[in-house]
Design a binder for this molecule. Structure first.
Ligand code: MTE
Ligand code: MO
Length: 409
């Protein structure tokens, strides 16, 4: 990782980085090249495709300010690791630094600690390192498929990505500061700011034991390179197995709290129904709710796309990806008849329980005509994807078996 160290620490990179960022975010809207159909059931589902954002190749443009960029599904068929320049982007507030001075950057650790710290990137890079594959998935991934529809970004399935994250344990950084007895949570903040006066700065908190579990990390490497600006350069939190609302980008503040955070982003936003499937009757507004937390198993067909024509044969290959959620993938079954019969898929290499796992299968066909392809993942805790979809007003935690409709002929 010498090159990454050099990249993070040198003057050259800073200049290159600033130059890259400057073309950025403001120039994007004029540069949509074509459109893609996300096939969302509830409304206009065409989106522009753009490569105008710094550090990004072709992405689906969901919003310009702040940037919301979705990964096209075919990217997930290429490799279980999502390339940095195709990795989805989501920000809450539009005031995002377009350049980072890597020498001036400081990560502050404060609050209920013995020794408040101000850590430079060079100091961070000197701590013991860990590397881990993990899926970063937005809580609202696939929200555009919720029926009835709900407010919020109408994502298809591409508000997710899998990367090899390199960084240091959050625990080691907390230990340097010395967490005082009575600590309850750790709250994280980034360099981005609200653009509206009085709007709540985006901050998120984890329980102290979770923060100290040795898996939660401060990552400065992503798939062997530095983080793209839009994915949180120079460092971000990685919370394996948890939805990415906790994965604070451009992390610059770590605050140990003696009581639970009652701010907007923990107490009001990103709350799910306190039911086993995070499910309520459509339209329900008042229900006991908890902050969104661990991910659940999911899987997708990626070798064929919605509406694709496939030549008739008695058996066809189907492939895709699966994730276990907060643990590994144990099994994937595939159906070519809308869920009437199922066939075991072969799992690809295991890169770690929090990452994507490739699967491949051969499924039988009986007749030409429409065919409904499905995949169903079981995780190593024995949890299977449900067949039917859930509903909640946030459009969070979709995890049911998805269907890819193809035409055999
Ligand atoms: N600083 C900062 N970090 C953030 C956010 C943000 O708005 N600001 N959004 C969170 C949410 S909701 C998501 S889905 C992920 C998206 O990560 P990505 O843009 O690297 O894909 O960042 C998380 N971290
Ligand atoms: Mo998100």
């Amino acid at each position: 990782m010498d090159s990454l160290d050099a990249a993070l620490a040198t003057e050259t990179t800073r200049r290159r980085f600033v130059a890259g960022a400057a073309i950025g975010v403001a120039a994007a809207p004029a540069l949509a090249q074509s459109t893609v159909d996300l096939r969302l059931p509830g409304g206009p589902s065409r989106r522009p495709v753009t490569s105008a954002f710094p550090g990004k190749r072709t992405m689906i443009l969901q919003r310009v300010h702040p940037p919301l960029l979705e990964t096209p599904m075919d990217v997930f068929d290429g490799d279980v690791f999502t390339p940095n320049d195709r990795f989805f982007v989501r920000w809450h507030w539009a005031d995002i630094p377009t350049k980072i001075d890597v020498e001036a950057f400081r990560l502050t650790v404060l609050g209920h600690v013995n020794r408040p710290l101000s850590i430079s990137l060079k100091q961070l890079l000197r701590l013991p390192r860990v590397e881990l594959a993990a899926v970063n998935q937005c809580s609202g991934n696939s929200r555009g498929l919720f029926r009835p529809g709900v407010a919020g970004a109408q994502w298809g399935h591409g508000a997710m990505g899998n990367a090899k994250w390199l960084g240091v344990r959050l625990r080691d950084v907390l230990d340097l500061a010395g967490v005082r007895p009575g600590a309850v949570q750790v709250r994280f903040g980034g360099l981005d700011q609200p653009i509206v006066d009085g709007a709540p700065d985006f901050v998120k908190a984890l329980a102290i034991d979770h923060a100290r579990d040795g898996e939660v990390m401060i990552a400065f490497g992503m798939n062997g390179d530095q983080l793209p600006l839009l994915n949180g350069f120079p460092c971000r939190l990685v919370v394996p197995g948890w939805y990415s609302t906790y994965w604070m980008k451009m992390l610059n503040t770590i605050e140990v709290l003696p009581a639970a955070d009652t701010g907007y982003w923990m107490a009001k936003a990103y709350k799910i129904p306190a039911t086993p499937r995070a499910d309520v009757e459509p339209g329900t507004k008042d229900f006991p709710a908890v902050p969104i937390n661990r991910m659940i198993p999911r899987s997708w067909v990626t070798s064929l796309s919605q509406g694709q024509r496939v030549a008739f044969a008695h058996a066809i290959p189907v492939g895709g990806i699966a994730m276990g959620g907060d643990c590994g993938v144990a099994r994937v079954d595939v159906s070519s008849d809308g869920g009437r019969s199922w066939h075991a898929a072969t799992l690809g290499p295991d890169h770690g329980k929090y990452g994507f796992r490739r699967w491949d299968a051969r499924v039988p066909l009986t007749l030409p005509g429409p065919a409904a392809l499905m995949s169903r993942c079981w995780n190593t805790a024995g949890v299977a994807q449900p067949i039917t979809a859930i509903w909640n007003p946030g459009g969070f935690m979709r995890g049911n078996v998805e269907t890819t409709h193809v035409v055999i002929g």
